[in-house]
Design a protein around this ligand. Structure first.
Ligand SMILES: O=c1[nH]cnc2c1ncn2[C@H]1C[C@H](O)[C@@H](COP(=O)(O)OP(=O)(O)O)O1
Length: 263
């Protein structure tokens, strides 16, 4: 089955499955749900650029206290049929040669956003039945949340990094994309984001993720990871940083462990 409107249309939901809404009034009816994602890493893809080669290797992170979910390819996700909702979010990043305090390499600029609910997440959102494809839905959401500067980004199937689906609390597939920009493009996005329709409403501001760990072993990425993240965003961040080779995996594991122990 190819992409079709039917595959995006949510099926009937039992009232017991309906979560309490924290949505702004204008988006009520479009459910905001936590997606419990855990377990194995996203499949590696031969088509990934060389810099995406880092393998996650050992035990998966965030297994504890997570519900059941499964990895699914983009094509398989589209075969799930009616009754499944799809959400697409994207990690936008750029090489960043600068050094903090003149000595700590910044490595890359990676964008996340502070959401209306006080949690951190990636730009993106639910795909609507009227969107012609997952990527069209993602592009629409990026324009709403990042402003007109997002229009030329044109995320494509090839930028799909992975997806997971879960049956509870609602049948939802969480797709994740990554796109490498130039630092100039990323800066232009940051500057233009205050013109976005959602700015000051659903999106309170863009933030860059610190990809370094400071000398005290806590400042930087470990502290950032101790923030509150929406749904699977924290896991998506860690997996993408590893898969894209933006942070060495040993450092990622350490930052994850430190942030969990309590700072
Ligand atoms: O960054 C994210 N990573 C994974 N899942 C996310 C992220 N942000 C939100 N979500 C979840 C929460 C909801 O179940 C859906 C859609 O949420 P949202 O992006 O707020 O949707 P709209 O912009 O209102 O369309 O994904």
């Amino acid at each position: 089955m190819g992409w079709g409107l039917r595959s995006l249309r949510p099926g009937p939901r039992r009232p017991a499955e309906r979560p309490r809404s924290t949505r702004p009034a204008h988006k009520r009816g479009r459910a905001c749900l936590r997606v419990p994602l855990a377990g194995a890493d996203w499949p590696r893809r031969a088509s990934l650029p060389a810099e995406r080669g880092g393998a996650w290797g050992g035990a998966p992170m965030e297994v504890a206290a997570m519900g059941e979910s499964r990895v699914v390819s983009r094509a398989e996700a589209l075969e799930l049929g009616p009754g499944w909702r799809h959400a697409c979010h994207a990690l936008l990043y750029a090489p960043c040669p600068g050094r903090l305090f003149g000595r700590v390499p910044l490595r890359h600029a990676v964008l996340m956003q502070m959401r209306f609910d006080g949690q951190l997440g990636f730009p993106g959102g639910f795909v609507d039945p009227r969107d012609s494809s997952l990527e069209a839905g993602l592009s629409r959401e990026l324009r709403e949340e990042l402003g007109p500067g997002a229009a030329p980004l044109s995320l494509a199937e090839g930028d799909h990094l992975g997806a997971r689906f879960a049956e509870t609390p609602q049948r939802l597939v969480a797709h994740f994309y990554a796109k490498r920009l130039s630092l100039e493009q990323l800066r232009a996005l940051e500057e233009g984001a205050t013109k976005a329709a959602d700015h000051g409403l659903e999106v309170l501001g863009l933030v860059r993720v610190p990809l370094y760990t400071l000398r005290d072993g806590v400042g930087g990425l470990p502290t950032f990871l101790s923030n509150s993240f929406v749904a699977s965003a924290r896991q998506q961040l860690l997996q993408a940083l590893g898969a894209l080779g933006l942070v060495p995996e040993a450092e990622l594991r350490r930052a994850d462990a430190v942030s969990r122990k309590g700072l």
